[in-house]
Structures are given as C-alpha cells and as structure tokens.
Design a protein around this ligand. Structure first.
Ligand code: ATP
Ligand code: MG
Length: 435
C-alpha cells in the first residue's frame, strides 16, 4: 500500500462502528467530573517547547525521547502536547484562574503525542481524559481526585482496576533520600543503561521508572522513598489514606510507584488493570505542589490525574463490557416512485426536527435494495410508502426485530413512532426482568 493509503505508524482511526463507544465513554468522563465540580478546559494541541521541557522535566523519557518538536515557519520551537498538565497550568496562569476563586477545578479530553515504540496500548497519538485541581493542599483533595477517577472507571464498567498509592515526599525529605539512592545506584552503576548513568547524577529517582529490564531489576532492590518521608509528608499521606477509607475506596500502598514525570510531589497513584499485559496502567496521577510557581505562577499546591482512553477501551473489550451506545436509525422509510419519494423526504424532515433518527433512499434504489439497506443499517422500524399509503394517509410500520406490524397515521408520525419505541423498550424491560 502506498503512503497515502496508510495512517502514520502509531496512529489509529476511530471508525464509525467504534465512535459511539468513544462518545459514551467521554460523556461519562465529563458528566462524572461535573459531579465533583470540574469544568472542561480546552487548550491548544501545541505549545512553546519550553512549556513541556521545563515542567515535565528534561531527564524524563517524555522530554528526552518522545516529544514531537519542530520549528514552525516563523522559527519558533513548538511541541505537540505529550500530556495536558503543563498546557493547562500555562493557561491557568496566563488567564489568571490561579488568582480567582480557589481551588481551580478543570478537566480535559483530547489527543496527546509521544514518539514511542507502538504496541498494544502504546501509540504515538493517543487520547487522555484528566483533571487538575489547583490550590488545594489538604489530603481530602487527594482522596476526592482519586474518588473521581474511581467513579469514572466504575461508570464505564471497569470496576476491577486496582488502586495503588505511594508518597514520594517533598524537596525536604527527598534530599536525604537522594543521598541513599545515589549511593545504592553508584554501587551498581556499571550495569545501568547509558541514559540512567546520566540520570544518576542529575535525577536518580528517574532510574526507578526506566523501562529497561536490567535497570528495572536493579531498581527493585533500591531504597524506597516512603521510608524517608519527613513528618509533614508522612502526616499528609496518613490523611490521604484516612480519607480514602472514609470514602470506601480500596487501595494498596506500592512503594515502587514514582511516576514518569518530574513535577510530582507527595501523593502519587495509579489504577492498574490485569487485562492489559505490559501496558497495565490505565490511569496515573498525583500531586505537583511545586509546578505552578515553577511555571511562573503563585506558590500553590495542585494535583491531578490522566487516564489513557485507548487502554480503557482495551480493558472494556477484554472484559466484554457492553456499552449502551446510542441507537442508530429509528425509522427507515422505503419509497416506491417519485411521489412517494417526495413524501418520504417530507416525513423524514418532520421526524428529524422532532429529534428522531430517520432515513430514506438517496441512491435511487428499487424497493428490494432499499429494504436490504434498512436491514444492514440495523434500523429499528421500517415503513414502505407507495401511492396507496399517500392516498390513505396511513402506513404499516414494521418492527425489524420481531416482524410485528402496526398501522400508523402519517400526519401524526412523530407521536406514533414514539409510542412504538416506548412499547418496544417496555417489552424488552419486562423480558429482561422475567429472565
Ligand atoms: P507508561 O509508564 O505506560 O509509559 P506514563 O507514565 O508515561 O505511562 P502518563 O504520562 O502518566 O503515562 O499518562 C497517563 C496515562 O496515559 C497512562 O496511564 C496511560 O493510560 C496513557 N498513556 C501514556 N502514554 C501512552 C501511549 N503512548 N499510548 C497510549 N496511552 C498512553
Ligand atoms: Mg510513558
């Protein structure tokens, strides 16, 4: 296949048969966020490169290897967003949200871009839903944000992803920790990958997140940051756990979680699914108390999470969750002849104005071919219009699933169709209750 017939490696098309599920999932995300007071923010797909390199951190995989960075025609270095937090924080500072009523609570949905090795659950263009909460320091903010993630997952049928939490402390406690960590990794520095040899001096905690199996095995025996927390960070972490318990949210403490981006502090967490093999993290998040001031804003605490929608879709498929996607065509009107075709056009426009999904022939097909198409479409009801129907003002509407036919008045089409849809829904409900 030539290149114009093939999507770029690591990108996916979301096709008509799948987009209904995406709309359902994204709808649940935004609806659930609203219940917790988070409003949608839409930020640009690209930013000045420094927005990401400074915040995400120049010793991270994302900045070192994965960014789509290029000079635009005006010679500016711009980068396609590899994640949303940096752009959202830039926007919140630029537009003064951080100086208005606190906390700022925003959420987002959209595409992200990372030059990674494509595999199941790992793409170069992927989609995230996430939230950011700026200006809330207390541990019940952490629990609230985690509860929101949990409720989103529950609402799309992923009720078995396990929550793992950790605290990576603040600058104060990390000074002690870095000493211990450096000492440990120095003793095994010969075995580390080249990138990690460099990280050893600049940011030893990044080694804990290295994807190389050799570094991973060495990291497994490294000292854990949770054993080095200062009193304030320990108290905060205890508060997070107490609030999670109060909200009835199960968790396990996993001292190995450090997260892949530099801006995190204190609480970090992941939701992990056993349905995904290597790419098991469906949601990652935590606190980033230093980021707002680091980006030129006021000194404010903040936290958030992001979930990968493609990975969620894989879990939904693996679990066999049936999403209630919106129905397709509610009524297909087949027409015999020119006069009936005009009448069908008129009826369709009435139905659509009343909010029903209606279709008629737009390919000049014969009756048999029209009915075949109605079947392929999965239309719930169909009607045939010919001269007789136009004359009498009545037509027979067929339930495509049961074959049952009902006569209806064409003048009152929307109300008649609504009655049929409701009675079908009622009998489906009765059937499912008696099963
Ligand atoms: P990983 O360790 O799997 O590379 P990450 O720590 O880089 O993940 P984050 O930056 O925290 O991931 O992004 C949050 C979520 O976005 C991840 O938990 C995952 O669900 C999703 N995600 C990240 N990178 C990709 C990708 N390349 N393709 C698909 N989904 C991704
Ligand atoms: Mg990654």
């Amino acid at each position: 296949m030539s290149e114009i017939n093939r999507a770029v490696k690591g990108t996916n098309d979301i096709l008509p048969g799948e987009s209904g599920d995406w709309q359902f999932v994204e709808g649940k995300m935004l609806d659930t966020a609203r219940l917790y007071g988070f409003e949608e923010i839409r930020v640009p797909v690209f930013e000045h490169t420094e927005v990401f390199s400074r915040s995400v951190g120049d010793t991270t995989d994302v900045v070192q290897k994965e960014m789509y960075t290029f000079d635009d025609k005006g010679g500016r270095s711009v980068t396609l967003r590899p994640e949303f937090t940096a752009g959202v924080v830039r926007s919140a500072i630029e537009h003064g949200l951080v100086n208005a009523a606190l906390p700022v609570k925003v959420c987002y949905v959209g595409g992200c871009y990372r030059y990674e090795k494509p595999q199941a659950g790992r793409l170069r263009e992927f989609h995230q839903f996430g939230v950011e909460c700026i200006g809330a320091a207390s541990p019940n903010a952490d629990a609230e944000v985690i509860a929101l993630a949990r409720q989103v997952l529950d609402s799309i049928g992923i009720d078995d992803a396990s929550l793992e939490i950790n605290s990576i402390g603040c600058k104060k406690c990390r000074a002690e920790y870095y000493k211990a960590l450096k000492e440990y990794f120095k003793s095994r520095s010969d075995e580390l990958c080249d990138t990690c040899k460099d990280r050893l001096e600049r940011n030893p905690m990044r080694i804990l997140d290295c994807k190389s199996p050799v570094c991973g095995a060495i990291a497994a025996d490294a000292p854990a940051v949770i054993d080095y927390l200062c009193d304030d960070c320990r108290e905060h972490f205890n508060g997070v756990k107490a609030n999670l318990e109060a909200a009835g949210i199960k968790y396990t403490v996993n001292p190995k979680i450090v997260r892949g981006l530099d801006y995190y502090s204190r609480t970090v967490f992941e939701f992990v699914s056993d349905k995904l093999g290597a790419q098991s993290t469906v949601c990652g998040g935590g606190r980033y108390d230093g980021l707002i001031s680091q980006m030129g804003g006021p000194e404010l605490p903040a936290l958030g999470f992001a979930m990968g929608i493609e990975r969620l879709m894989l879990v939904i498929k693996a679990k066999g969750v049936a999403l209630p996607s919106k129905g397709g065509c509610e009524l297909y009107i087949a027409a015999i002849g020119q006069k009936a075709s005009l009448k069908a056009t008129e009826i369709c426009s009435v139905l659509r104005a009343d909010g029903f999904s209606a279709q008629t022939d737009i390919c000049a097909r014969g009756l048999k071919a029209q009915m075949k198409y109605a079947n392929k479409l999965g239309a719930r009801f169909s009607a045939v219009l010919g001269d007789d129907e136009i004359e009498s003002g009545k037509a027979r509407v067929k339930n495509m699933a049961t074959g049952e036919e009902t006569e209806i008045l064409l003048d009152n089409i929307s109300a008649e169709l609504l009655k049929l849809i409701n009675s079908q829904a009622l009998s489906e409900l009765t059937d499912s209750l008696s099963e």
